[in-house]
Design a protein around this ligand. Structure first.
Ligand code: ARG
Length: 584
């Protein structure tokens, strides 16, 4: 007996087929299979109710007719009717065992999941900071959420292109180059380049404010840069290279590797086509010297134009994002585009995507799926945007360092006897994981409160709690003298005690959680599953001793330990976390 990876979609197919036999399919019957309240079963098909209401039939009788057609499922499921016409399915222990035997490794979980987007190509635009500036907390959220989304999509079978869409072509370069040429402090550049660029930008900015002649000079520097002046391009390139190297340190710590870094400057020579085509198709029109797109059908964008070229003739964020969308569709032939930024860019992307849809339709270009994945702001415990104590912006490096240091304190207080080097190594993993997980454990749409004590704790829905569960299971195997990577579990039997069964049922819900997280592009659905799984494991572990003399009992409990480890690790890896610790 071998069960499908995703039991819910298997049941969906079976109920659909039963309904078709009864002649309900043409009349719009939908199975509506979902995860059930564990008290009722594993899955529930609710479709009979809505259908019977519509057709003025008795829902319970209809549900019973469907159940009568589901005879083939009786081997694996207890099927029962509940309430006014819900059909409940509960996996039998032998079926649970069959599932656990098939999905015995991260690799097999992935091959089970990988079909949904098989053969598709998706591009994910994330992190995407601006050069010559510090990366801020928003870019960290984008990096963490974006990376998890990339991994979820890959798991579902897609080919993913990770693109860091660097902001490297802004108007800030006029003032910056002006100041760079006059006020550069080479020692400061060496010590902390981003700091020095920020100082130079501020110097350029205040000089330009104080003296109109400076402002003109700065504008000319920008014009020269955009026209390809060699000296200015060299300064610009230095600034970008140095910035990227600083960003790279953060990406290394987060385990992020981009496939492409096509920043705004890359699209500089591709915006003319955008102007031409949008004008040619009648979508764009001149307005006070600028080129704009209105969306007459939209409540706000009928009046508020999407400015795609500024009145001074310069390209802007909109022009470069339009060129970017076309390039992704034509060059990478993507099936889907995802851009991850904070919610304040919602209007920009709504106008962008409205424009792209009309433009591609007019030109007969193949339209990829377009997603803007947004997230809320990061606030301090006072509810205000996160700042340093003196009101400055938080340096990400300092933030990750503090997380690591606090994790070191936590690990040391729990395990004062571990060697110092090991405590440091564990803290490196737990620190970064805590920052990532704090973000991924909550719905990305909400603002999130950055609270160290909640984030780095062994209690609650935290990285440390889950990593502790991982380490604890590893130590069960170590103490039993078994290799956790490949324990001998071939003759394990079906779960028996209530706690064994509850844990096995929870394990079988992994596909649902992954699918929900992937389809909604919301990783917290997966986090929630992992947290609940770890809780179910604790309950099991407290109730049922694993290393007992009876070889049959021992084998079936070790199987549950092993599959919990596999699933926790697979899930944490999908979220972008490292799990390579032996004990904690
Ligand atoms: N550089 C932008 C910022 O810091 C984010 C870019 C996001 N990607 C895009 N294609 N617009 O806000």
């Amino acid at each position: 007996m071998s069960l499908p990876f995703n039991v819910a979609s298997h049941l969906d197919t079976a109920v659909r087929a039963a309904a078709a036999k009864l002649g309900l399919a043409d009349r719009g019957f939908q199975p509506e299979v979902r995860v059930a309240d564990p008290a009722n079963g594993d899955y529930q098909a609710n479709g009979a109710l809505a259908f019977a209401k519509r057709e003025k039939q008795n829902p319970r009788a209809l549900a019973q007719q469907i159940v009568d057609e589901l005879g083939g499922l009786q081997a694996d499921y207890d099927i029962s009717l509940a309430g006014p016409g819900f059909i409940n399915f509960r996996l039998k222990p032998a079926a649970l065992l069959a599932w656990l035997q098939t999905y015995d490794s991260e690799e097999h979980l992935q091959s089970g999941a990988a079909s949904a987007r098989h053969g598709q190509t998706w591009i994910v635009d994330y992190s995407s900071p601006n050069t010559a500036k510090q990366m801020h907390v928003g870019h960290l959220r984008s990096a963490v959420i974006g990376e998890a989304i990339c991994r979820l999509l890959t798991f579902s079978g897609a080919k993913v292109i990770r693109d860091n869409h660097i902001g490297d072509w802004g108007t800030q370069f006029g003032k910056l180059i002006w100041a760079y040429k006059r006020h550069l402090d080479p020692a400061a550049l060496d010590a902390d380049p981003l700091e020095e660029f920020e100082r130079l930008y501020k110097a350029g900015n205040s000089a330009a404010e104080a003296d109109p002649a400076v402002l003109t000079e700065a504008q000319q520097e920008l014009v020269k840069l955009q026209a390809g002046d060699a000296a200015n391009l060299a300064v610009w390139k230095t600034i970008n290279d140095v910035s990227l190297a600083a960003f790279q340190e953060i990406y290394d710590r987060l385990g992020i590797k981009f496939d492409a870094m096509l920043g705004e400057s890359f699209y500089n020579d591709k915006v003319d086509r955008v102007y031409r085509e949008l004008t040619g198709t009648g979508l764009a029109q001149p307005s006070e010297g600028a080129l704009v797109v209105f969306h007459p059908e939209h409540p706000r964008f009928a009046q508020q134009p999407f400015i795609i070229r500024k009145s001074d003739g310069a390209a802007n964020y909109a022009s470069s994002d339009l060129a970017t969308a076309l390039y992704r569709a034509e060059h990478f032939k993507v099936d889907g585009i995802i851009v991850v930024t904070d919610f304040r860019q919602a209007d920009h992307f709504e106008q962008l995507y409205l424009t792209v849809r009309k433009w591609f339709a007019a030109e007969n270009y193949r339209l990829p799926e377009l997603h803007h994945v947004t997230f809320g702001s990061v606030n301090g415990e006072d509810g205000k945007a996160l700042k340093t104590r003196d009101g400055g912006i938080i340096r990400l490096k300092a933030l990750l360092d503090e997380a690591t240091e606090r994790s070191y304190q936590l690990v040391s207080s729990k395990n004062p006897d571990f060697p110092e080097a090991e405590r440091r190594a564990i803290a490196d993993i737990v620190g970064v994981a805590s920052v990532q997980y704090a973000d991924l454990s909550q719905n990305r749409s909400s603002d999130y409160v950055f609270a160290w004590d909640k984030m780095i704790s062994l209690e609650g829905n935290t990285a440390a709690y889950l990593l502790y569960a991982v380490a604890r299971i590893r130590s069960i195997f170590r103490k039993a003298g078994l290799d956790a990577a490949m324990p001998p579990l071939a003759d394990a039997t079906a779960p028996e005690t209530p706690q064994e069964i509850a844990l096995a049922r929870k394990l079988g819900k992994f596909p649902d959680a992954v699918q929900l997280a992937t389809n909604t592009l919301r990783p917290h659905f997966l986090s929630l599953h992992l947290y609940e799984l770890a809780g179910e494991f604790s309950t099991f572990y407290a109730a049922d001793k694993v290393i007992v003399d009876d070889p049959a009992v021992r084998a079936r409990r070790l199987l549950l330990c092993h599959r919990t480890l596999v699933e926790l690790e697979a899930g944490l890896h999908l979220l972008g976390l490292r799990t390579d610790l032996e004990r904690m």
